[in-house]
Ligand binder design. Structure first.
Ligand code: PMM
Length: 290
């Protein structure tokens, strides 16, 4: 079923970004054999395209296509392999009218994805992993997601050390924003993301979610990507139990979506779209009644 909340309603807002009258739902398509949440399920390009279309039918406003796992401990894939995974899927989804974002840390992948029809570049490293990324995105004129990041996934858990996680993430996101603007990306095209689970433990993720207004105070729209992450497993496990597998964390993900939407997030990035699409609709209705 195609809901009334689909990509057709996107418009380019005054901020130079696709915008809706509510928090958007970004559906995830990981064209990888090894992502923590859905690794291997959509590795075949045809399955990946079908999955992207299914997510739109479930209410996704845009679809984020990535070809490199960033789970803790993950090793990089080489560029040729990333291109091989991502570009055909981006091209096919864009050709059917889906609003596509590309999840990549490589400038070449971003450029080729934009040439294939992607309309947003989502770089978990905020331009730090590849010095060519920011100039490349600036040249395309596309919106850019700057996520809080402290280094590659292989050893990022060692960097989850903070005296004041909120203050440090705010300062480091501000640096990322300044870096992107200095590199030529228009400020109104930049989205910020706290990077839940990236060089962060569960307590850090929760502190950041408890303080979304302080992140919004940086003056840019926020993307919140809590979907199926470890901190949700930790909460659901309770004090003694084992965390449920990633795919059993979707109700908890939708709970975060409702809160993020109520706090004015620009978008949430989720693997299971239906519940989050409902959650943003509920948050919107409550906001309208305030
Ligand atoms: N997390 C993952 C991948 N891409 N992009 C942004 N902007 N923010 C995130 O937190 C983020 C991301 C890892 O999750 P996945 O591999 O299950 O998609």
């Amino acid at each position: 079923m195609v809901t009334s909340m689909n990509t057709a309603q996107a418009r380019t807002g005054p901020r130079g970004l696709p915008e809706w009258d509510r928090c958007a739902v970004m559906g995830v398509v990981n064209v990888t054999p090894d992502s923590f949440s859905d690794g291997g399920r959509f590795f075949d390009p045809e399955l990946a395209v079908k999955h992207g279309l299914d997510l739109v039918a479930q209410g996704a406003d845009l679809v984020d296509v990535g070809g490199e796992s960033t789970r803790p401990g993950a090793r990089r894939v080489d560029e040729a392999e990333e291109l091989r995974r991502v570009i055909p899927v981006v091209r096919e989804l864009a050709a059917t009218g889906v609003l596509v974002s590309v999840d990549t840390m490589r400038a070449t992948v971003a450029e080729q994805a934009v040439a294939a029809g992607a309309r947003l570049v989502n770089d978990v490293s905020g331009g730090l992993a590849d010095p060519a990324m920011i100039p490349a995105v600036a040249a395309t004129g596309m919106p850019f997601v700057v996520m809080h990041w402290r280094g590659q996934s292989i050893d990022m858990n060692n960097r989850a050390v903070y005296d004041d996680v909120l203050g440090e993430v705010v300062a480091e996101l501000r640096d990322g924003l300044d870096r992107a603007v200095a590199g030529g990306i228009a400020p109104e095209r930049i989205v910020l993301d706290p990077g839940l689970g990236f060089a962060k433990g569960a307590e850090h993720d929760l502190t950041l979610l408890a303080h979304l207004p302080q992140l919004s105070a940086l003056g840019r729209p926020l993307l919140v990507a809590a979907s199926r992450k470890r901190f949700l497993g930790r909460i659901l496990a309770g004090a003694a139990g084992d965390p449920p597998p990633a795919r059993e964390r979707d109700a908890a993900t939708a709970a975060v979506t409702a809160i993020a939407a109520r706090e004015g997030a620009w978008a949430v990035r989720v693997h299971e779209v239906h519940a989050s699409a409902d959650a943003v609709r509920v948050a919107r209705a409550i906001e309208a009644a305030a």
